[in-house]
Write a protein that binds this ligand. Structure first.
Ligand code: CO
Length: 305
């Protein structure tokens, strides 16, 4: 049971190397954290005087990591805030009024792929969801909630599904099981990408160059996730109501040169064709509606650069 949900109510005596959002166990009357044995009041809150949020944060910045760790990002943040205010004194006041992003971004969590900045977008422009290998499995509550809220409530008009070169998640999916400690959740997650790999195995194995094969899988995975996005209730119904919006765009970010480009049309066609072959059995909508502008007749089957 979370009795403390805000930073300002944290017990300052427990804030050292990481933020601890305390839970309390009323029956025991003690914090659940092993680092704090302070008695709690009847309300379940720590009876010791709490420091302000800022003091609690800055306590953590002390120690051997003066040039790094949390101190670094807090200092950067302060400079960023000042810079924004200097350029526009009402910037943050305007932000407080609400958000109306044009774009919904579904991308990989890779630290080399900064969603907004690589596209020159600003806070408020894009509703962002990131996970390993930019997946949108139908069973994932988080991504479905993002789509429901981003499309259904915020009204995002463009959904950007963005993969990237050298994607470790997609590459890991080509390995039967990742060996190592505490990787069960990663392996579970990778199963969904392995399904993509398996569905296109014949084509992928026809590509002799390993690097090209991985790139093809990365792009094919983007297209598969675009289809998953298109098949969600909220996207289907919103498209019917709003003349085709939101549009779905399958993209690839090249870590080697910083450029974003659309997924290769021939790979889009390949995936769409594969789904259409089974559409009558699997889907309730025509998968070709995912990319209405894709001119399939202009693309030779099996063509790949
Ligand atoms: Co990745």
């Amino acid at each position: 049971m979370f009795l403390r949900s805000t930073l300002s109510s944290l017990c300052s005596h427990t804030v050292r190397s990481s933020l601890v959002f305390h839970t309390t166990t009323p029956s025991a009357g003690l914090h659940a954290s092993a680092r704090c044995n302070h008695a709690v009041s009847a309300s379940g809150l720590c009876a010791m005087p709490a420091k302000t949020a800022k003091e609690a944060i800055y306590d953590q910045s002390k120690g051997p990591e003066e040039s790094g760790g949390l101190a670094k990002v807090l200092k950067n943040n302060e400079a960023w805030s000042e810079q924004k205010k200097a350029a526009d004194p009402s910037y943050f006041k305007d932000m407080e009024k609400g958000q109306k992003p044009t774009y919904l971004y579904l991308g990989c969590a890779d630290s080399r792929v900064p969603a907004e900045s690589l596209m020159g977008l600003q806070p408020g422009d894009m509703f962002v969801h990131r996970n390993i290998a930019n997946m949108c499995p139908s069973w994932d509550v988080s991504v479905n909630a993002i789509l429901q809220f981003g499309v259904g409530v915020l009204g995002c008009k463009h959904i950007l599904v963005c993969g990237h070169t050298n994607c470790g998640g997609v590459h890991a999916s080509t390995i039967p099981t990742l060996e190592g400690k505490n990787l069960s959740a990663v392996n579970t997650w990778l199963r969904t990408i392995r399904d993509v790999n398996r569905a296109h195995a014949d084509f992928l194995m026809s590509i002799p160059d390993e690097k090209e094969r991985l790139l093809a899988l990365i792009e094919i995975n983007v297209v598969e996730q675009c289809i998953n996005v298109a098949l969600t209730d909220v996207v289907k119904s919103t498209r019917e109501e709003k003349g085709g919006y939101p549009h779905i765009h399958g993209l690839l970010y090249d870590i080697g040169n910083g450029l974003v480009r659309p997924v290769r049309p021939e790979l889009k066609k390949r995936v769409i064709d594969a789904h259409q072959e089974h559409a009558h059995r699997i889907f309730s909508v025509d998968p070709s509606s995912v990319f209405p502008n894709l001119k399939q007749n202009n693309i030779k089957k099996n063509e790949i650069k």
